[in-house]
Every structure is written in structure tokens, then in C-alpha cells.
Design a protein around this ligand. Sequence first.
Ligand SMILES: Nc1ncnc2c1ncn2[C@@H]1O[C@H](COP(=O)(O)OP(=O)(O)OP(=O)(O)O)[C@@H](O)[C@H]1O
Length: 751
Amino acid sequence: MSARMSRPSGSARLGAGADLIGESLACQRVRQLIERMAPTDRPLLIRGPTGAGKEVVARRVHRLGIQPEAPFVDVNCAAIPENLVESELFGHARGAFTGASNYRAGFFQQVGPGTLFLDEIGELPLALQPKLLRVLETREFRPVGSTDALPFHGRIVAATHRDLAQMVRDGQFREDLYYRLAVFVVELPGLDQRKEDIPALVRHFAGQQSRALSFTPEAMQRLYRQDWPGNVRQLRNLIDQLSVLAEDSRIDLATLAHFLPGQPEHTDLGDELADAVLKLPGGDKLELVQDWLTDRALARCNGNKSAAAQLLGVSRKTVERRLKAREAQALELDAQLARGRQAVETGEFRSAIPLLRRASELAQDPLNRFEALRLLGISLRSVNGWLCPQAQACYQAAFEAGRDHADPQALSTLQFGLWASQLMTLSLGQARATAQDMLQRAQHLPMARMEAHVAMANTLFWLGDGEETLACLARGDLLGGARPGGADMQGFDLSTLALTLEGLAAFQCGRFAQARTAMDILHQRASAQHHTAFNRVMALQGAGWLAALFEATNQLAELGEALHTLAHSQELDFYQGIGRILAGCARAAQGDSEGGETDIRLGYEQHIQRDGGVLFHSFQAWQRGDILLRAGQARQCLNLIGQAIDLALEHQERAYLGELLVVRARALWALGEPDVAEQELRGVISTAMALGSTPARLAAAHQLALLLRERGQFTLAQEALARALRGVEADGGAPVLARVQALQQALLAEY
Ligand SMILES: Nc1ncnc2c1ncn2[C@@H]1O[C@H](COP(=O)(O)OP(=O)(O)OP(=O)(O)O)[C@@H](O)[C@H]1O
């Protein structure tokens, strides 16, 4: 059998359940996403290596879903012969093909309102993929040989261990189906990336055995060090074996050694030592080990060189030579570091680089290494730009070196730099992990706390979680523009950035009045004379983004120009780009579509995209797509938006995903595909609801109502608008809301 069907047997099994064992950050995130997604009917894609627990996740989604009592049907797409897949999935009519003597219900029918788990979705034959896409779009399917379409009431959860995005690029998986499936993705890393889950998993599996097993601390540590290519399944199999075959129920190292693959434990010591040394930061590991051994031997012999030499098995002369060489190295390190530091202070970054590079090679102790690498990172960044990979590597290495030793505020500031570059490349998973780490470290440091909350709120905004963005700002006491000038470790007033995020997130959540207040305060800050140039830049960009969302064209034109000019005079390339993008939006709104579109494109391509930056790509694509569409260039618009959606999904960036999807649907309509556009818009409405994005929901409903009106379906159009307005603040002056309200009035008058 290629599919299994199961129903939960009783209410005790239906609750939140502790089935997804593990407290690693990765597991916590998965659980959070599941809790959010489960009560919707949106499809979900689970990615992870074999045995990592994809099915466990799917079952949990089902259990926390709308219909936990309904069947859970588990279909392994790789296990069904290609010629049977269609009839297995959709069923077949009597006489549909030779041997089909009776009607047979397929999995899509059997599942009813339950969950259809399509495991190994990457193996679904290409020819069948459009049919699955159709079910997702229309929620209907047709059994083989039948003319009647049947409704699909269930929810699809797909899983794969393959890189579907790459398969799309290789033409092995359909792009449109990928888009449909990849809006919500659960990433489940292999066990080697979350070894902290091992003790809990071991206890869980051990507790399920007929004979209770326990593990000595050494045995548990051994499991921790083991590689697990078969992931959780391999760990589970091991515990099953131990329960049946081990003589003693208390498992120690010796027992374990018989059951673990690889080398026996006693030869591991040398390897382990070597592995530990090789993992250490720093240049010359051989030197490092010699120093350690020499110091340790001297310490054990109270500084007696002859005795230490004996302990080391070398001559006294060798020990003396070693000590001398070290002294010389220490002197050279001091000199290089001092010269490097001076060069940085006087802005001679190019000449600082070779000095600091040498210093970082020489430095063995963590604090000197931290300092040398930090200064080297600053120099490289100053010469080559923020996203220069070498500068990033230096910051990362400096952070590793200083992790337990350096001044916590200096570390936090360094981490903020790392986080900023992760954000600019939309490496949102990494950015969130960095922000999380910053939050944990910053508990008792007011400035670092502020940095950490701003970093986390900013990351959450781009992940598309407006509510959480606001909650995070509230936890950091950062709402309403609080604490102006409170922290400027980054060279600017962080409260301005916090206020910008508040405005943008409030707008996404439909709290338009709150967003407008944020815009007004930012506007005041942008015109205040006492601010430094960089603080004014930050305030101008914040007010500008919000003016763009509120479509306040005159204000936007002024802010965009002012930002462009100021950033240019300060050589702040990135913000110069933002100024040009904002000014371009205003220019297009004032009637110059072509000039506006060009400004936005060049602002993004020439200033933001340098060194791989992609932040704001979705915003600029949304605006340009809209302009192209208005100018009658629907085909170009569709291409542009397609690429942007691709990039957004690849990065899990959802801040303006709903807006992009609406523009795509409009383009399809303009290209003479109203039916597809209608389906897309309905899909966008539920996606926007799941994302909590009010403007996208309103914009999609507005377009849908226009489309239905064109077909004379007035009642349906009115219903769509009424549904979209449910629970939305009535005022606040958002144009997207005003358009929906105006159309509602017009429909009332017409019908
Ligand atoms: N987090 C977890 N908590 C408890 N059990 C788990 C967890 N993850 C995996 N397991 C167990 O490990 C085994 C493998 O899990 P599962 O079948 O879900 O993996 P999978 O990723 O779907 O694998 P494959 O890709 O090979 O189908 C199962 O016995 C499952 O119960």
C-alpha cells in the first residue's frame, strides 16, 4: 500500500499533544508556525531530510487543525507506480480503463475534510502536477474517466527532502505548483543541526519501550557526539534495539559502543581532542597546541623548566626556545595592533588592513583576537561596503572569539552589524537567530536591549508578522517613539527606526490611525534641525515609506527628494537609493509613469543591490508592477512580479507578498484571463488573512469585486467587499480602505 489512512481514536489524542519532541530553537519555531497555520485551510510544505520528523509535523498540523476528527491520509508519492498515480489520487469511474470494473474513490475523496499528506511531493510525475495545481486553485477534482467534478474539502500538507526551488530551475517541478505550495514552509533541520533535542528524544523513546531504559551521563554525551545521518528515525531505531538486545537496562558507554556505527569509543579520544582544537578560532593550530602544552606543563611544575621539559618529553632547550619565540610574537602583536588601531582612528582603512590581518593571525588569546578582527571588519567594511563578505566573516569570527570574554555592549553592537547584513541579504532565518541571541544576552543592558528589540522587530516585519512586530516593540518599551536618543551605539537614534517599524507594522495590521501617528512624528523629526545628518536620514526614510503606503503624493515627493539629496551629500549610498525609490513612486503618481518606474528601478539596482543586498525588493517590484500595469504593460508586469514572488518565497519574506500576489492577479486579468485572476484573488484573500495583512486583503477584495461587477455579479461583489471589511478599523485614511468603501457605495447605487 502506498497510502495509510488514520483517524485519531479518542479526544485524549486530539489536544496540543507533546508528540513533536524537542526544545531546540528550530523545534520551537516549527511549533509556533504550526500553531499559527493549523487552524487555516492553507496548504503547507514541509522540508527536511529523511527521518527528521516531517510526518510528525504533518500529523500535528492535522491534530491542531479545524477537523482533527476527520481522516489523515498519508500518501507516499514516490511509492505509487507512475501509471496509477492519477487514479489513486483522484479515483476512477467504472470502465475508465481496462480492469476498472467498479467505481473507486481516490485519496482526495477518501480524506473528506481531513488532511491529505503528500509525502515526497518532489516525486509527483510532472504530467500530474497541473492536476494537483487545479485542485488547489478550484478545490475540485475529476476522477479518471468521469465527467463530473467532485469538491475537495480537505487540506493538503506536502513534504519533501528535495530542494524544490532547484527542481523548478531544472525544469523537474512546475513553478506554478511550487508557488502554490511554498507560501507556508516548515523547515525541519536534520538532527545534527539540533543536537540539543537528543536528550529529550532519548527519554521519550526510552519511555515508550516495554522495558524502561536509562542512560548514564557519559552514554548520553556519546549520543550527543554521534553523527545521525538517518536523523530522529536512526536514534529511535537505536533505542528500540537497545531495549530488546542490551543485557542491562542501564545503558553505559561500553554497552553503547556495541550498537553504535563507526569506531569504538576508546580510540575516539585523540580524534576528539584534535576535533576540538580544529574547531577553535585562530590561525596556527599547531602553535596553539604547543603553547597550551608548554603552559600546562610549566604550571604543573611550578614554573620549573627542566621538570616541565621532562613532562613534555623534550629537552629544556626546546622549552626555552618556545618561550622566547612566544615573547617575540607577543611584542609583534602589540605593535601591529597599535598601528592598525591608529590607522582606523584616522580613517586610513586601506593601510590598516594588512596590519590588522597580521595581528589577527598572531593573536591567540580571545580578547586580542576579538579586537584585531573587529577592527579588521570595520576596515574592510569601510573600503568595500556593508555587505562585503570578508568583513562579515571578520565580524563573525570576532564575535566567536569575544563571545565569553569581550565587553557585552561591544559584542551587541558587533552583532547588530552582523544582523543588519543578514537582513539586507534577506537571510531572515539567520537574522532571526542573531536577534534572538542578542535578546538573550541583552537582558541587563539597557542599550543592548533596545538594539536587540529593534533587530527582532525588524526581522519579524519582513517575515510578515505585523502583530508580533508590534508586540516585540511593546516588550522593548519602544512604541510611540519612546526613548528618543536613548541609544545611539549604532551612530543613530534607534527610536526612529523603532517608530518606522511601528508605523509599517501597524499599517499591515490595519491599524491605520496608529500608522498615521507614527508617520506624523517621523515627519516632525525629519524637519527638526538639531538632529545629526544620519538621524535626519533615518527619519526621512521612515516618514517616506509611510507616505508611500498612505499615497500622500506631495509629501512623498518632498521626502524622497530631501532624502536623496541629503544621503548623496553624506555618501550614504543605501539611503540615496531609498530616496530615489520614494521619489520615483511620487513621480509616477504625479503622472510620469516611465520616469517614475525608472527611478524606482535604478534606486534599487544601483544602490541597494550592491554586494547582494535585496532588502525592499518586494516593495519596489510591487510599485513598479503597479506602474507597468497602469501603463498597459501587463506582460512585463507579470514577468517582474513572478521573479519578485520567487525571491520572496525563497527568502520567506512576506511583508509585501500579498501586494505582489494582487498585482499578479490584476496582470492576469489584463491579459484576458479573468477566471484565473478570480481564483488567484480568492487565494490571495485567504493568504492575506493567514498572514494578518489587512491592506492586501482589502486590495484583493477590491479587485475581486471589480471583476465580479464586470460580469454583472453584483451580489457576489457586495459580499466580497463586506467580508473584507469585517473587523477593519473604519477610519485612519488609508486609500486602500477608502477604495473599498467607495466601491461599496457605487455598487449600492448601481444595484
Ligand atoms: N520531534 C520528534 N518527536 C518525536 N518523534 C519523532 C520526532 N521526529 C521524528 N520522530 C520519530 O522519528 C521517526 C521518523 O519520523 P518521520 O517519519 O516523521 O520522518 P520523515 O521526515 O517523514 O521521514 P521520511 O522523509 O523518511 O519519510 C518516526 O518514528 C517519528 O515518530
